[in-house]
Design a protein around this ligand. Structure first.
Ligand SMILES: Cc1ncc(C[n+]2csc(CCOP(=O)(O)OP(=O)(O)O)c2C)c(N)n1
Ligand SMILES: [Mg+2]
Length: 572
């Protein structure tokens, strides 16, 4: 703890607060609106690394990915109106993904507030429905208090984003004020009664199933969760894009309940007599558009564990709602034992093995049209990448292959926005690689997705982030084209892309760039890309040229169109 009685600028008070709260990285796109803070960051380079991006969306996405990776708030600095507007995507994703993040925004001086001064925005109004808390600091003396509160709000209960607006005179003024101390995360613990009821419900059940997800997990919490799962031999499905909470190689992992799930898993969820949802909100993407469970009273007995008491009972009425942080719940659950612990065998053990077998069978891709088979690429990667490799992606149909055929190796091997935001993969990969340089970081992006943040190859080159980008090029906004063929068969509009020469573009940035057009060429090209990234600490991009017909692992565009026409879709 530090009690500075000396006179400091608002910028210095702020950056001292960041140090006290343990910040080691700041993602930033500068603006003249927060020069005193930038100058204070210049004086703090021994403690805080400042990563300067080419677009505020990327800075905010990097901060979000950092928050996901570490459980500590990702810190982002952007300028007023235009910068804040670009950065809004990070706030949205951090909210949907329950990720701790603090966005600091320069603001017009307090003396001219409310006149719609240059680039002035009312941040509480703009971010009020998206962020957990929005505050504008009105005096430098209040920086220690309000920054401390920002950290507490971001990490406590259900983690999420906080926005702090910084009027330029507040940053530039001098003040004498004592520092706060480092923040402490506040979390609920499960009660003894909750835990004994949970044990009793498990023991009374015949077909239990766990759905794990949500934010706020840590490596330790995942280990504890695994012990609980093993002691009760429970089958575990992952909520949408939460596939790295339980190592997918674990025999109790039975698949992904996200978009386009294995129908056999869906059938098991429906047939379960007890659902134990640990962490997820059970949102639209995990519940097949709120159709998987009856509303508001599921047919199965229902246990819902969530960090936010307001989320419990919001959509689903649980028989046993448990308000707890994930580390707190997992630690308590790891200590639970089935009643007849010694020699106990779960009556559902055979069902777990069958569910696991269904999962493994679903991981064998079928043949697809075109010379380069994305399923075969995924199988090669799954067999050759180290288990701790981090895979990132944004939004697009290409991600279906990644989520379905990869086996995520446990805590923080997946950085994927549950918000479904395009453009996330590359900034997330850069943040991950800079934070954990020893690990392989692979970014998947569609041709559409990549072009929302491809300029960050420059950032990756500047800071030495040796990520490998696998750019899946089908020449279309494939995901939307898929929906278009289903709803308006044959009426192709606004979904076709004329693309640049991606490898040449990558090379222009100083990255590695190569095009892969057939399956047999992938393995060697991937080795070259990976070696370049590792040796040069620079990004490497492989353009994977995919036949647009291969719209999902199991459907073709022509097939979708024919089926829709047959069903009379789009005709009047
Ligand atoms: C920021 C943002 N804008 C638009 C969308 C809607 N959207 C979802 S997927 C998609 C197309 C993605 O195209 P691409 O990256 O090429 O992947 P593909 O589906 O072709 O594999 C679009 C436009 C979105 N999810 N996020
Ligand atoms: Mg595409």
């Amino acid at each position: 703890m530090q009690h500075s009685a000396n006179i400091r600028s608002g910028g210095e008070i702020l950056v001292d607060a960041l140090k006290i709260h343990g910040v080691d990285t700041v993602y930033c796109l500068p603006g003249e609106s927060f020069l005193p803070a930038i100058d204070a960051l210049a004086g703090a380079t021994g403690r805080i690394r400042t990563i300067v991006t080419r677009h505020e969306a990327a800075a905010a996405n990097m901060a979000e990915a950092y928050g996901k990776l570490t459980g500590r708030p990702g810190i982002c600095f952007v300028t007023r109106g235009p910068g804040a507007s670009h950065a809004a995507i990070g706030i949205h994703t951090a909210a949907q993904d329950s990720t701790p993040l603090i966005l600091f925004i320069g603001q017009v001086g307090t003396a001219i507030r409310g006149r719609e001064a240059w680039q002035e925005v009312d941040y509480p109004a703009m971010f009020g429905g998206m962020a957990k808390w929005v505050v504008e600091v009105d005096r430098p003396e209040r920086l220690p208090e309000l920054v401390s509160r920002a950290f507490h709000v971001a990490v406590s209960g259900r983690p999420g984003p906080v926005v702090v607006a910084l009027p330029e005179d507040v940053l530039g003024a001098s003040a004498q004020v004592a520092d706060a101390q480092a923040y402490k995360r506040i979390a609920a613990h499960p009660g003894a009664d909750d835990l004994s009821r949970l044990t009793a419900m498990l023991e009374a059940s015949e077909r239990p199933l766990v759905i794990v997800g949500g934010g706020g997990w840590s490596a330790r919490a995942c280990r504890d969760f695994q012990h609980f799962v093993e002691d009760f031999d429970l089958p575990v499905a992952a909520a949408f894009r939460r596939q790295d909470i339980l190592d997918n190689h674990h025999p109790n992992y039975v698949g992904h309940a996200g978009l386009g799930p294995n129908p056999k898993l869906v059938a098991r969820i429906r047939a379960a007599d007890l659902i134990v949802a640990i962490g997820p909100r059970l949102g639209e993407t995990t519940t097949a558009g709120y159709t998987l469970f009856e509303l508001p009273r599921p047919a199965q007995r229902f246990v819902h564990v969530h960090a936010d008491p307001l989320e419990l009972g919001r959509v689903y009425q649980a028989d046993l709602p448990i308000n707890a942080g994930m580390p707190e719940f997992a630690a308590a659950a790891a200590a639970l034992k089935p009643k007849a612990a010694a020699g106990w065998h779960a009556p559902w053990s055979a069902a777990v093995k069958a569910a696991r077998a269904d999962y493994l069978a679903d991981q064998t891709p079928g043949a697809m049209p075109g010379r380069l088979d994305l399923g075969a690429v995924m199988v090669h990667l799954r067999e050759s990448l180290p288990r701790d490799a981090i895979l990132t992606n944004g939004a697009g149909n290409y991600a279906i292959w990644v989520h379905r055929f990869h086996r995520y190796g446990g805590f923080r091997t997946q950085l994927a926005p549950t918000s479904g935001a395009m453009g996330y993969g590359l900034p997330a990969a850069i943040a991950a690689k800079l934070h954990q340089p020893a690990r392989d970081v692979i970014c998947f992006a569609g041709d559409g997705c990549f072009q929302m943040s491809g300029q960050e190859l420059a950032t990756a080159c500047q800071y030495g982030a040796g990520v490998v980008v696998l750019l899946v090029n089908n020449g279309i906004y494939g995901s939307i084209r898929m929906h278009q063929e289903r709803e308006y068969p044959g009426r192709v509009f606004a979904t076709t892309l004329e693309n640049p020469d991606f490898p040449a573009l990558a090379r222009a940035y100083g990255a590695f760039g190569e095009r892969v057009e057939e399956t047999a060429a992938f393995a060697e090209a991937f080795n070259r890309a990976r070696a370049f990234a590792a040796d040069r600490n620079k990004p490497a991009l492989l353009e994977l040229v995919i036949d647009p017909e291969a719209i999902t692992p199991s459907a073709t565009l022509t097939g979708l169109r024919a089926a829709a026409l047959k069903a009379g879709q789009g005709t009047t």
